[in-house]
Design a binder for this molecule. Sequence first.
Ligand SMILES: [Zn+2]
Ligand SMILES: [Zn+2]
Length: 132
Amino acid sequence: MSKCARCSNETSRRRRNPWQRIFYRAVIGCDFCGERVFIPRSTFGFLQRYSQCPQCGTRDLSKLRSRDHVEKMNRNPLRMLLGLVGAPLYHCTFCRLQFRDPRKRSPEVAKFKSGKGARSNDDSGSVLNLVA
Ligand SMILES: [Zn+2]
Ligand SMILES: [Zn+2]
C-alpha cells in the first residue's frame, strides 16, 4: 500500500459510502493523521470542472481548431456526438490523442499554452489542407 503524503505512515483503503462509490474508485486513508486521498473514477471525468485527457487524465492539453488526421482520435460515441454539437477539440500532449470535450481547459494550462512555445495550431491546419 502507498504511504501517506502528509506524514509518510502506511495508508489503507477505506469503506466508501454509496455516494463515494459512485464517484471514487477508492478512498485511501491514513490511520495516523487521518489524511484522505480520493481516487476518482475515470468514467466520471465528465463531472470534473475542466477538460482532461480520457486516457491519461492530464490537463496539459492543446486546443485544436480542426482535426489532425495524422493523430489518434478518441472514438467514444458520446465524444463523437459532442463534435456534432460543436464541442471544442483537444489534443493530449502525452498520448497524442484527440478528443472532444465540452469543458474548458484548466486556467493554469491555458495561460501557459498561450505563451511562448505553444503548439501551433496552424501546423495541423496546413496538414488538413494538404489532405483535402
Ligand atoms: Zn498521515
Ligand atoms: Zn493523455
